[in-house]
Design a protein around this ligand. Structure first.
Ligand code: ZN
Length: 431
């Protein structure tokens, strides 16, 4: 059974004790030393790096088992640096600036009732501090099969890393193929003998972003003479925006997964990590990034999409909902019926029109239909047998709301978050 790691963040009560703060600095130094040693000697084995880290930890008087974790963190930083180097020689050697400590289960004790954490710092020296524990934390920790794996402490918060086993993905009886756009997910639901166009609108995310762009401009103008204050205020605006967007996306991804579970449906999405590469096979795992053009990088960094996909992926894994990642290469300019590709440079308006067979469809829906087509082509004889994409049955007039069940059916957990941001398509404009 695959295991899932999940972070459970806690706010601190009061500042951390000075002894712990200096340990965070030493720990950061240790990780950087591991990185430097690994890069200069070319060593990659866990054994030799952990021996090196243990020696250094002895000199810094850090608890020995901290050294083991520090060497693993250092090595993983080096590994991703080497991976980046293969793609572009411009990758800078990693250097950790923020002080932190990552402690193994054996070196700390956490009391979920009182929120008290005891942590081993140096030989014979322990410290304790307090975190805020909410009902949500207790519920998460109390769930079946959850194990506390590690504790991550930085000057402003503490994070428990939890490990639990993921359920095996269920065998889907339908497919939900969606293209991710700025303000909606658009595509098609495919069940035996039935195809419908579907869309999930989240206009609020774009509205929040627009509002914050406006506010940031205003702030930047107003505080133009005081760079220091201006920068701090801008930073706070950015964090607020991120939190607001993120909580909307959480509500969205949670209900999407609940819907998929309810309908025994697999989900197909475009694999943003593979944009711009013409390899066409869909896959059950996302691939690490490939070199990208500048315009493509800008599009990808409109981060809500990746954040949304990240949330959908981990929530799906937790609930056993199978996910397929389709290469989005040309999905919005390919005709799903005859396979004709509009020349990449020719502008595609809001409606895709096939020059070959005169197929017509909303461009975003068309991309979703193509994602469904790719996944069914690759998996239609295997896990997705019995599902067929019937293009002639699709009609934009008969578009289905994606959430045809009420939340009172017992499938939703408590927190109905008030506003329903993805009702039927008729709601697209609200918000
Ligand atoms: Zn066509």
């Amino acid at each position: 059974m695959p295991s899932i790691i999940r972070a459970l963040p806690f706010a601190l009560v009061g500042p951390l004790p000075p002894a712990l703060l200096s340990t965070l600095q030493d720990y950061r130094r240790l990780v950087n030393e591991v990185v430097r040693e690994a890069l200069s000697t070319g060593k990659t084995s866990r054994g030799s790096m952990s021996r090196f880290a243990r020696d250094r930890a002895f000199a810094l008087q850090l608890t020995g088992s901290h050294a083991v974790v520090a060497s693993e963190i250092g090595l993983s930083l080096v590994r991703s640096h080497r991976r980046r180097l293969r793609l572009s020689p411009a990758s800078r050697a990693p250097y950790v600036r923020r002080p932190f400590v990552r402690a193994d289960r054996t070196t700390f004790h956490f009391d979920a009732e009182s929120g008290k954490v005891r942590l081993s710092l140096r030989n014979g020296l322990w410290c304790s501090f307090q975190v805020k524990v909410a009902k949500y934390h207790r519920e998460t920790l109390g769930a079946v099969g959850v194990r506390i794996k590690q504790l991550h402490v930085s000057p402003d918060r503490a994070v428990l890393l939890l490990e639990f086993s993921a359920p095996e993905p269920f065998r889907p009886t339908s497919l939900l193929a969606l293209d991710t756009n700025e303000a909606s997910l658009d595509g098609v639901t495919v069940s035996p003998g039935e195809n419908h166009l579907a869309t999930v609108a989240f206009p609020e995310v774009r509205a929040i972003q627009a509002r914050h762009v406006h506010r940031r401009r205003h702030l930047a103008r107003k505080k133009a003479t005081d760079r220091r204050v201006g920068r701090r205020l801008l930073g706070r605006e950015g964090r607020r925006e991120r939190n607001r967007v993120r909580s909307r996306l959480h509500a969205l991804s949670r209900r999407l997964i609940e819907t998929a579970e309810f309908h025994h449906s697999a989900i197909a999405l475009e694999d943003l990590t593979r944009m711009g590469t013409p390899r066409r096979r869909a896959s059950r795992v996302r691939r690490p990034g490939a070199p990208r053009s500048r315009g493509l990088r800008r599009r990808l960094s409109s981060w809500p999409r990746r954040e949304l996909h990240r949330q959908i992926a981990y929530k799906a894994a937790e609930r056993g909902v199978p996910i397929y990642w389709a290469n989005p290469y040309r999905t919005s300019i390919t005709c799903p019926r005859c396979g004709e590709v509009k020349q990449p440079r020719s502008r595609v308006g809001p409606v895709f029109e096939c020059p070959g067979c005169h197929w017509r469809m909303d461009r975003q829906l068309n991309a979703g239909v193509n994602i469904g087509g790719i996944v069914l082509r690759d998996y239609g004889r295997a896990e997705l047998a019995g599902l067929r994409l019937d293009l002639d049955a699709l009609s934009e007039e008969a578009m289905r709301p994606l959430y045809p069940f009420e939340r009172s059916d017992g499938h939703g957990r408590s927190g109905g978050r008030g506003r329903d941001e993805f009702g039927p398509t008729g709601n697209r404009g609200h918000g």
